[in-house]
Design a protein around this ligand. Sequence first.
Ligand SMILES: C[S@@+](CC[C@H](N)C(=O)[O-])C[C@H]1O[C@@H](n2cnc3c(N)ncnc32)[C@H](O)[C@@H]1O
Length: 240
Amino acid sequence: MTYEWNRRAQRKGVSAVMSARYPSYRCEQESQKYVNAVMDFIGNDINDKDVLEIGCGIGRLTKKLILKAKKLTCLDISQEMIDRNKAYLGALASKVDYFQEFAQDYSPNKTHQVIISSLVLIHNIDDDEFYKLVKKMSSCADEIFLFEHTDVACQVSPFTRIRSVTELESAFYEYEVTKRSEYKIFDDSISFLKLVRKCPNSCRNGILNEMDKEKNETVLNMDVSKDPLNRLYCQNILLN
Ligand SMILES: C[S@@+](CC[C@H](N)C(=O)[O-])C[C@H]1O[C@@H](n2cnc3c(N)ncnc32)[C@H](O)[C@@H]1O
């Protein structure tokens, strides 16, 4: 996989991160539109936050994210992609922390506030690596922005695996979708999803403290959320 992405990083311009099925003469313009739509969707939700970008590629989003985030960390398995990302950002690259590794193996010494993942899950074909990645992402931040192909009828390449919105939602079962939108790039549908953890780490830590002080009864009476599933979920965490 690393070899393949290093090879793709040699492609000209944005074709390094876009499907070879797309007509190359329109890619630059379509990519620009996509980036603008992604940034519109994110809005001010990452302003002054600690953000983790997974699969940062050549930096078409990184360059915008760095202008809003307080802190930006970028992961990619391909060093060639990271090199292109740095070159594209120029002086701004010095503000970004880059890590060349599988996101599945990332072990930060702290959690981030928000994760941005654009067109990455689709390339993690095996269920094993997909769920490992979901688990890693779920351990890293309370908010996740996903931008993914979700039109399962359009499965076109053996190197990709399109998962439906329902599949994504159930994989990220710790989160609820608080905002969604559909985007079309050429004939492909891309879902834009904002996921927010049902029981944020801060709430979970608060519960654990309460539990230390007053044992189980206090926790079970806490108004963790009006949503009974959410409540159940938080209680399960405590029991595990
Ligand atoms: C299609 S590109 C998208 C790049 C960027 N997110 C964008 O939208 O422009 C996918 C990127 O994710 C990286 N990638 C895929 N799977 C990864 C994983 N498991 N861990 C880290 N990077 C990964 C690839 O190396 C590639 O740079």
